[in-house]
Design a protein around this ligand. Structure first.
Ligand SMILES: Cc1ncc(COP(=O)(O)O)c(C=O)c1O
Length: 499
């Protein structure tokens, strides 16, 4: 049992005895921390907090040991430690006084202190204005970008992971494979070659903590202050944030159902083009081949890099996914970014990039020194999952399931929402963008919907300059019953807001 010995209790003090606050000083006899250390820490903290002020005489070791019921030697050793570090000093024989160390800078307690007092860089401030949407605990209700975690084959996954943990290969548990774990590089290379038409060798694959980490790393590797990033509008907010944080100027590359507006290339030094050609985020459109070739030409003419963010294109309603643009790039300017957040589950935090040969080693080194390495046992499990065919089966199963759900969702959307909004003509991805048919405030509607646990996102959020108003809705993680009730509820919210 934890026994608390208050110094004030049983106190038979002398006139100079120090008054310690009740319970400021307690000994936990169950603790693994040695008692001598506990005494030392408690007194040191009281001195540092200014509770015990310079010049105060501490109780004698004999007195303290009696009061807190420990051996005198233990107290003596704690005092010696405090003495050797300069917190107390021994004067007049054996008497111990609090040393003259500077008082705390003010009477403000730690709790009252502002969280940040020192300088914070421009990089950190780049994220200040971005408001995060706080979704409800029932996260699946219409939340965009959310796969159905319930259908993930956790048993298989656990078996594969367990194999590595039960029969540990020392290689996986040490500082090995600094510049990439070859079996996973190989597995990913095979996957993107076969499914996405990416042209690469395994050594060009760099595994990161999700696609976002890849975007952050690339922004630091490729961009200088004032460089222009030509970025899709509407576009992926989190990509824009890291490009801005790296000091770039963002110029809009307008996207609509007519396609990508490639006529007006921005003036200035276009260093980077960010695009989601196989499943435009958030509209879900695909870029036609002539536009892809045109964009590659523009990149080549401007000596600009292209980041092709291919986060969601596995889920195409009809037919095979459209191959990646990287496969058309004869200039070696495209960096292909992928993620397992949608095909497996978001919290896996594994993404990757396929990097042109010319910067491959630099990117790997930057990843290493920026700490962008993914847990090796996790990488080993994922490579087994892919190589043993489980990834392909899971993709097949989820593609079928999400295609059924997409159709059902669009039908229910027509039934409940067609008075207010219509979907963009798109057939890829696990979310659907709708635009309002009349002037409505999508931010206010989304906020009211969030209040009733519907996790929708206003479409205007993805526009930097000239917003189109509507809502982005997720359909993949919910069954037909849930769809009906969520969409009926959403219709009520919109109706109330519109009237
Ligand atoms: C355009 C885009 N890229 C990438 C990602 C995935 O990033 P991560 O792997 O960091 O979860 C998302 C997630 O929603 C996305 O919308």
């Amino acid at each position: 049992m934890r026994e608390r010995s208050s110094f004030l209790r049983n106190r038979r003090s002398t006139s100079h005895a120090v008054r310690l606050p009740v319970d400021a000083f307690s000994i936990d006899r169950e603790s693994r921390e040695p008692i001598q250390q506990q005494i030392y820490t408690a007194l040191r903290d009281l001195i540092l907090r200014g509770v015990l002020t310079p010049g105060l005489k501490l109780p004698s070791s004999r007195e303290l040991s009696r009061n807190i019921l420990v051996s005198r030697n233990t107290v003596v050793r704690a005092y010696e430690q405090l003495n050797s570090e300069g917190y107390v000093e021994t004067r007049h024989g054996a008497k111990t006084y609090v040393a003259n160390i500077p008082p705390p800078s003010s009477s403000v307690t730690r709790q009252d202190m502002p969280e940040k007092t020192g300088h914070v860089s421009r990089f950190a401030h780049a994220f200040d204005t971005e408001t995060r949407i706080n979704f409800d605990a029932d996260r699946s209700a219409l939340r965009p970008s959310t796969p159905d975690i319930a259908v993930f084959p956790f048993k298989t996954w656990n078996r594969l992971l367990g194999r590595h943990l039960l029969h540990p290969n020392v290689d996986l548990f040490n500082y090995n494979y600094d510049l990439g774990y070859p079996p996973l590089q190989e597995a990913i290379a095979r996957y993107v070659q076969a499914y996405r038409g990416v042209v690469c060798e395994p050594r060009q694959v760099v595994v990161t903590n999700g696609a976002q980490a890849a975007l952050d790393l690339l922004s630091r590797i490729l961009l200088e202050d004032g460089d222009v990033v030509w970025m899709e509008e509407p576009g992926y907010v989190n990509a824009r944030l890291v490009f801005s944080a790296a000091g770039a100027e963002i110029e809009p590359l307008h996207v609509s159902e007519e396609g990508w507006e490639l006529q007006s290339v921005p003036h200035g030094n276009v260093r980077l083009i960010y695009t989601t050609p196989s499943c435009q985020h958030p509209l879900g459109l695909s870029m036609r081949v002539e536009q892809r070739l045109r964009l590659l030409e523009i990149a080549n003419r401007n000596a600009a890099w292209i980041i092709e963010d291919d986060f969601d294109s596995e889920y195409r309603l009809f037919g095979r996914s459209i191959p990646a643009m990287q496969g058309n790039d004869n200039f070696g300017l495209t960096i292909y970014v992928g993620t397992f957040a949608k095909t497996l589950f978001p919290a896996i935090r594994v993404g990757f990039m396929v990097v042109p040969q010319s910067i491959c080693e630099q990117v790997k080194r930057a990843a290493l020194y920026c700490g962008q390495q993914v847990s090796l046992p996790l990488q080993a499990t994922l490579s087994d999952f892919i190589m043993n065919g489980h990834f392909a089966s899971h993709l097949r199963r989820t593609r079928r399931l999400y295609a059924e759900r997409r159709e059902a969702f669009l039908n229910f959307g027509q039934k409940y929402l067609s008075e207010w909004m219509e979907p963009f003509e798109a057939d890829v991805g696990i979310q659907i963008a709708f635009r309002f048919k009349r002037p409505l405030d999508d931010v206010a509607i989304a906020s009211k919907a969030n209040d009733v646990k519907l996790n929708v996102i206003p479409l205007s959020r993805y526009y930097y300059r000239e917003p189109v108003r509507g809502l982005l809705l997720g359909y993949a993680a919910i069954d037909e019953r849930a769809m009906q009730s969520h969409l009926a509820l959403l219709a009520e919210v919109i109706e109330k807001q519109a009237s």
